[in-house]
Design a protein around this ligand. Structure first.
Ligand code: PGA
Length: 254
């Protein structure tokens, strides 16, 4: 069975409800064909999730993702959004540990592990993000840096939980910079991530994990990145805000 190939949009903190509606309507008007093992996922701001979910109703293999959730179940945490709230409006996925959350909101390995646990308890699918900053890449220590991110936040999980899991590798130096990792750099890190998971959980589990690449993926480079053997799609920021771009990226999945 082919593991899932996923084009995931990450709208970040952009758009109004009206603009979001317009974007999704435009996108749905552009023919994009999802095979049984392909998915389109829309990581949209909390206030738009319900609406976008409804707009995707009946569309094959099309899902919504929250961009974050609380590491607490419920209670006096003003301003937080719980996994149970997301589940109650039929959210499918949650992006966990995006580098912007790690950097600007001080999310630690342990916090991310808690968030992933809550996702599993609630029946939400995490998209776990990892990736190194420029200084680490320049020091050529990216492999151990990413390994630590995986071991610290995922290795308490069992093989069943990690079967069909989704990881996004996003080198921070490639996010929003217009500088993508080369196809070879992406493939090399994705193979490394898969081998780390294989070492802990075995080849069958590792082969079932979808590893998405993120960082300046556009319509004109998506196909070359996605066709690498260990790249199973992408997590797309800037280009997901343009309907024609994102539709072309969906159509670039292998
Ligand atoms: P980008 O963002 O496509 O704008 O580089 C990717 C991401 O941060 O998920």
């Amino acid at each position: 069975m082919m593991r899932k190939q996923i084009a995931a949009a990450n709208w970040k903190m952009n758009l109004t409800l009206q603009q979001a509606d317009q974007l999704i309507d435009e996108l749905l008007d552009i023919p994009h064909d999802l095979k049984d093992y392909q998915e389109a996922v829309f990581g949209v701001p909390f206030p738009f999730l319900f609406n976008i979910k409804n707009k995707l109703a009946g569309k094959k293999n099309s899902f919504v993702a929250a961009q974050n959730c609380s590491d607490k179940n419920a209670g006096a945490y003003t301003g937080e959004v719980s996994a149970a709230m997301l589940k109650s409006i039929a959210v499918d996925y949650v992006i966990i540990g995006h580098s912007e959350r790690r950097e600007y909101f001080n999310e630690s390995h342990a916090t991310l592990a808690d968030k992933i646990n809550i996702c599993f308890e609630t029946g939400l699918k995490p998209i776990f993000c990892c990736g190194e900053p420029l200084a680490i890449r320049e020091a050529e220590t990216q492999n151990s840096f990413v390994e630590t991110q995986l071991t610290e936040s995922l290795f308490h999980l069992n093989a069943q939980q990690l079967t069909g899991f989704v990881i996004a590798y996003e080198p921070i130096w490639a996010i929003g910079t217009g500088k993508t990792a080369s196809n070879e750099q992406a493939q090399e890190m994705h193979a490394h991530i898969r081998s780390i998971m294989a070492g802990q959980y075995g080849a069958v589990v590792a082969d079932s994990i979808s590893i998405l690449y993120g960082g300046s993926v556009k319509a004109n480079n998506a196909k070359a990145i996605f066709c690498q053997p260990d790249v199973d799609g992408g997590l797309i920021g800037g280009a997901s805000l343009v309907a024609t771009e994102f539709a072309a990226i969906i159509n670039s999945l292998k």
